[in-house]
Write a protein that binds this ligand. Structure first.
Ligand SMILES: C[S@@+](CC[C@H](N)C(=O)[O-])C[C@H]1O[C@@H](n2cnc3c(N)ncnc32)[C@H](O)[C@@H]1O
Length: 308
């Protein structure tokens, strides 16, 4: 079960949009099972610098290192650390950066990591290099903090009632397992509604525990410094909260801003130099055939920009 290999999502689209060139240097910010990394390394004498926060990817890193040698470099750290890591290692800008945000199949399908509400396991959800886990969050945060997390990151309308019940239950005894949390949610919303609500609460906790949106914002802000001119950023995301951040970032970097006031001198209109161009007007989504083969790809969206 815990060895389910991760099927790379939209692999051909990722490779095509990275615009891979002979001898190019590419960053895979979310190594996972190395699906993108190895496909990039199979092309044109490229180099891949890969990052992942999860130490369980290390055996796969070793395999890829054995196959590709010095063309493959790996750092076990969060992708928000890419820029400082490149600087520390005297690596200047690169030709492309790909991010495949979220959890891998290996992470979801390893019951003891607590990502899945389908298995009874300790409440963890930590991807690696974390300051906290879901058990600490559930047992220590205030009712208001929990309710805000469920609402903000899970878009769950019953967030307050669920947070209230959690606080009442943990007053008797700490909440330690995924099924304890699942039962609390079922008690609040009823069996019928729970199939919708449980995934939202688990998503919210995972996002909070791993600071997923903060990580995304940080790496996007560093992209300009990471890429060479002509270098591409390719992002594959899986839910609306992430996609909103990516879309807004792309908009801010690729669209001319129009000042509203006619009293503002014209030379200050649109004077902020655009740093990227948008490669596709709309997000690319997986084909029906891909979703049939790999249902986990169903919500994926791929967006691409190129540094000017
Ligand atoms: C969806 S998987 C990537 C799969 C990969 N593209 C492949 O083809 O095998 C996402 C991976 O990114 C890692 N990850 C998620 N957020 C991260 C972050 N902020 N920093 C570093 N790695 C992260 C996870 O640990 C996971 O291994």
């Amino acid at each position: 079960m815990n060895n389910t290999p991760h099927i790379p999502v939209m692999l051909n689209e990722v490779l095509e949009n990275l615009n891979i060139k002979e001898g190019g240097v590419y960053i895979d910010g979310t190594f996972g099972n190395g699906g993108y990394t190895s496909a990039i390394l199979d092309k044109k004498n490229t180099t891949v610098i890969a990052f992942d926060r999860d130490e369980t990817v290390l055996p796969r890193v070793k395999e890829i290192k054995e196959k590709y040698g010095e063309r493959f470099i790996f750092f076990q750290t969060c992708f928000s650390n890419i820029l400082p890591t490149l600087k520390k290692n005297n690596i200047s800008s690169v030709d492309g950066l790909v991010l495949d945000i979220g959890v891998s199949s290996m992470q979801i399908d390893t019951p003891e990591r607590g990502f899945s509400f389908r298995f009874d396991a300790p409440l963890s959800m930590a991807m690696g290099q974390n300051d906290l886990d879901a058990k600490e969050v559930i047992n220590n945060l205030s009712e208001k903090e929990l309710s805000d997390i469920f609402y903000k990151y899970g878009e769950e309308p019953r967030s307050r009632a669920i947070a209230r019940r959690i606080v009442s239950v943990r007053g008797e005894k700490p909440i330690c397992t995924t099924f304890e949390l699942v039962n609390i949610i079922k008690n609040v919303v009823g069996e019928w509604q729970s199939s919708k609500v449980i995934p939202r609460i688990f998503q919210a906790l995972r996002i909070y525990v791993n600071d997923e949106l903060g990580e995304l914002e940080k790496i996007l802000n560093d992209t300009e410094a990471i890429l060479s001119v002509g270098g591409r950023l390719v992002v594959v995301d899986f839910h609306s909260l992430e996609d909103r951040i990516v879309k807004n970032f792309i908009k801010s970097k690729t669209e001319v801003k129009h000042t509203l006031s006619r009293y503002v001198p014209s030379e200050t209109n649109n004077n902020e130099k655009l740093s990227f161009k948008n490669i596709h007007k709309n997000a690319i989504i997986p084909s029906d055939k891909e979703v049939q083969i790999n249902p986990r790809a169903h919500s994926a969206k791929l967006r691409v920009i190129e540094k000017l």
